[in-house]
Design a protein around this ligand. Structure first.
Ligand SMILES: [Zn+2]
Ligand SMILES: [Zn+2]
Length: 129
């Protein structure tokens, strides 16, 4: 015979299973839950500052939540557009760092990653020696 706690635990497990299968079957509709205003603008319009390799800073994340099933996903600005969640596309060529950044650093070049759907891009430092 099961005690009350065991009984409650097993109903929690059951409910979690229900949530999981609802989330698996969901046709997600994501909205941004944390604004992307923490990205600094570069010197070029619609291009935001991404990875600063010189300082070994990790890419900044943003979180999106499905409005239908509440599932949360984490994305990185350097890979995913925060407005339409499309994968960013890497420019073939790099350009001089000071085209985008205010400070000078000769060891790095800049490579831009663009959203294929809209005017949103992130520029990352890339090693160039
Ligand atoms: Zn969903
Ligand atoms: Zn986009």
């Amino acid at each position: 015979m099961t005690n009350r706690v065991d009984h409650i635990r097993s109903s929690i497990n059951e409910m979690e299973g229900t949530i999981k299968s609802l989330q698996e079957d969901c046709e997600h509709e994501f909205s941004i839950t944390e604004p992307h205003g923490d990205l600094e603008e570069s010197k070029v319009q619609d291009v935001y500052l991404g990875l600063v390799s010189g300082f070994n800073r990790p890419g900044k994340n943003f979180y999106i939540t499905c409005t239908k099933c509440s599932i949360k996903r984490r994305h990185t600005y350097t890979h995913t557009c925060p407005r339409c969640f499309e994968q960013l596309v890497q420019d073939k060529t790099m350009s001089l760092r000071d085209r985008y950044w205010k400070d000078f650093n000769s060891y790095y070049s800049s490579r831009v990653y663009r959203c294929p759907n809209m005017d949103f891009a992130v520029v990352n430092d890339e090693w160039d020696q």
